[in-house]
Design a protein around this ligand. Sequence first.
Ligand code: GDP
Length: 456
Amino acid sequence: MIQQDIIAAISTGLTAGGIGIVRVSGAGAAKLCAPLVQLRGLSLEEAVPNHLYYGKITEDGEVLDEALVVFLKAPHSYTAEDTVELQCHGGPLVLQRVLETVLSAGARLAEPGEFTKRAFLNGRLDLSEAEAVMDLISANTELARETAVKQLQGAHSEKIRAMRADILEKTAFIEAALDDPEHYSLDGYAEKIRPQLEALRDRICTLLSSSDNGRVLAEGIRTAIVGRPNVGKSSLLNYLLGFERAIVTRIPGTTRDTIEESCRVGQLVLRLSDTAGIRESEDTVERIGIDRAREAVREADLVLLLRDGSADPEEEDEALVSLCEGKPALLLLNKADLGLKTAPELLTARTGLPCFGISARTGQGIDAVLEKIQEMFRLEEIRQQPLLVTNLRHKNLLAQAASSLDNALLTLENGAPEDFLTIDLMDAYRSLGLILGEEAGEDLIDEIFSKFCMGK
Ligand code: GDP
């Protein structure tokens, strides 16, 4: 175990609640907290680990709060270090005061994610499992939660470890044969190893191909609402956000400095972004141009292409249809309350896009659209997949590993010397290892944990 200082933070939300927890972790945590905690006739240092004690938190004789106190002894705690949890009343001010007292007793304020980082550094979680903690906390659908829990319990890690063991065994054999050709022969090895490497690469590719679904699941469906000015884009956005009062979050966009809003559709989350000027109500296409629409479409998982169904289509409407080629897209004829000029079925036949008459004003037809979206993203099928890659970092590393294996196969094909093969194999081994955090540099680790919330 790595010896570190004692850290402390409020580990529960900073709103008023029944209970709020100040967590203190590090060797000597009990000793540090002992003078601040009055248990009945007992010092915290004598407390039996994992037992809950009633006590008072005091500072210079003043009682700050009554609390339940638990001491968790290393390595049987979240961080795998000695940990004290002060379960106070959940008022922000109370918790702040208790935390300050702990800090003045010598603890250091934990950085965001530092408890989990310690769990990782102490070997209690690997990096993929630590990342799952964050996914679990931020999960906003049942499916995202399920997936995060699986990952937290090591479902990913297990697969990755098995693949690494496989690669290592092959590399070790080749190295042994190169060192000791009398006892290990590489004759016919190329033929033997080729199908095995292909199978391994396919396993990685299967994981990779789950990542689009995984991202949709973890982050929601990036949805672009595009269309000419005044067709009702803002109205539709507002309607969706108000839909069944299902506004989920107002989160800063991840790709740019924009506000992104989400709405829930059954088990799915639609991420509606205003990057494409969907909030601008006038002259949108003229102002943002078709390029911007193209960009919005490219970045989207789903395009809602809006037209004014009560008016005749214009040239730009056709141009927008061709932008959507190859993308999951729906053609929505808005303002159906004013009467539609063309039947949706006709347009489906003409454009190849599923087409619906809707009204962002009255809400008519929107249920059918949402149903269609759920059908398109086949949730139940996604749920059946044994393992979903939800993390972009993992996806990139898997892609690297697959490409190293491709190189290895190429080496075999060209009959190049075996040491080339081991280089490719070890590249794949390392890429997979980085998913688990093996040989991960400090920068990477810091970056990952800095995205965590305070107190986790
Ligand atoms: P945007 O420029 O595409 O964002 O369009 P807006 O959402 O600003 O809507 C333009 C105009 O169309 C506004 O006056 C809306 O009230 C109106 N509008 C939007 N949706 C509907 C609809 O479904 N029916 C009717 N009758 N009017 C609509």
